[in-house]
Write a protein that binds this ligand. Structure first.
Ligand code: OGA
Ligand code: NI
Length: 348
């Protein structure tokens, strides 16, 4: 950390970055032509009939992909661009400035690091990141970088807007499950966590041998992602064994992506799938992605709702909190395919 190949722009990829086939889910094919679901969010705000239609589309996307793209979400392009600009400028600062935030403590509310968890990962990933808590904003913003000078203002504005949108989407998700749109709203609104993963993937001299992030799913309820270039790939599973194919999500300006995370898979008792995704690399350009992870409070347990279980449909997952995820992260190796959601499954 602080001295990694990607931070130093090495002209070759050291062996410790080469991703072995064991890192890939089994029987996975590449296919880049598939259409990923795209939802016109403004229609959630139209009349009841339109809202019901959109909620149907959303439900289908969550079942089939665990992923969708949002258009007409209502966040101004200048707010999206502003956040990408300050993120890029942060990573362009001299090393000394970034080192102030360096930490491999996964519990730290603000930290700069490299690879997946830290510079000590067994396999290294070609990624540099800054993670920081973002809600409530006034509790955390004073810990964020002061350089570049507009970082707090621009990133703060982005985080606030994305958070409002996340609450709206969570309302639509709980409504689609028959739980009503306010099923989680007070728990998400008051103590809910928002963690920003500000990711930078510098150009990689051999993009086919390394990865920016290995296949994983997010521990959040939902993650909202903005990127400046294509590179996010999602696994479209076709059966429960993990077989499927990778779909490269195209980049269209202004479009926001939504990942269903492990906690919505729990909330839906397995009807909605937390999407497995990875970040691939680019030979020429620096890719920036802003992933905003939304979940319940640090120690609040997500469990399968009583309304969704009966004798034929028993709960399929144990309850867990964000903090339980962090404990898992310390002990496990995501690059070897360890998944939090697998630790929650109740075997039948
Ligand atoms: C993440 C993530 C993907 C990307 O930060 O959890 O999956 O494209 N990022 O950077
Ligand atoms: Ni992710």
């Amino acid at each position: 950390m602080g001295n990694s190949a990607q931070e130093r722009s090495l002209p070759y990829v050291p062996d410790c970055y080469v991703v072995p086939p064991s890192c890939e889910p089994r029987d996975v094919l590449n296919s880049n032509s598939e259409i990923v679901p795209t939802i016109d969010i403004s229609r959630l705000r139209s009349g009841d009939v339109e809202r019901r239609e959109v909620i149907q589309e959303l439900s289908l996307a969550c079942q089939q992909f665990g992923f969708f793209q949002m258009v007409n979400h209502g966040i101004n392009q200048s707010i999206l661009d502003g956040a990408l600009v300050v993120a890029k400028a942060f990573f362009e600062l001299p090393a000394k400035e970034k080192m102030k935030f360096m930490s491999n403590d996964v519990y730290a509310p603000v930290r700069y690091s490299t690879s997946l968890k830290d510079g000590l990962d067994k396999i290294q990933f070609w990624r540099i990141f800054l993670k920081h808590y973002a809600h409530p904003l006034d509790r955390w913003i004073h810990l964020w970088p002061q350089n570049p000078p507009q970082y707090r203002e621009k990133m703060g504005k982005f985080c606030e807007e994305i958070r409002k949108l996340s609450l709206e989407i969570m309302g639509a998700i709980t409504e689609s499950l028959g739980l009503g749109k306010d099923y989680l709203s007070s728990r998400m609104d008051e103590n809910g966590m928002q963690v920003m993963a500000v990711n930078c993937y510098p150009p990689c001299p051999e993009p086919a041998t390394a990865l920016g992030l290995p296949p994983h799913s997010d521990y959040s309820c939902i993650t909202i992602l903005l990127q400046n270039l294509a590179g996010l790939e999602i696994l479209h599973s076709t059966d429960h064994s993990g077989a499927g194919h990778w779909v490269l999500v195209p980049e269209v300006k202004g479009v926001l992506k939504v990942h269903i995370g492990d906690h919505v898979e729990v909330l839906s008792n397995g009807l909605y799938k937390s999407v497995v995704h990875k970040a691939s690399l680019n030979e020429e350009k620096t890719r920036i992605s802003l992933a905003s992870l939304h979940s319940l409070g640090m120690d609040e347990k997500m469990s399968v709702p009583n309304q969704l279980v009966n004798d034929e449909n028993p709960p399929r997952y144990r309850e867990s909190s964000f903090n339980d995820f962090l404990d898992f992260l310390v002990k496990s190796d995501i690059s070897q395919g360890d998944r939090f959601i697998d630790t929650l499954r109740i075997k039948d």
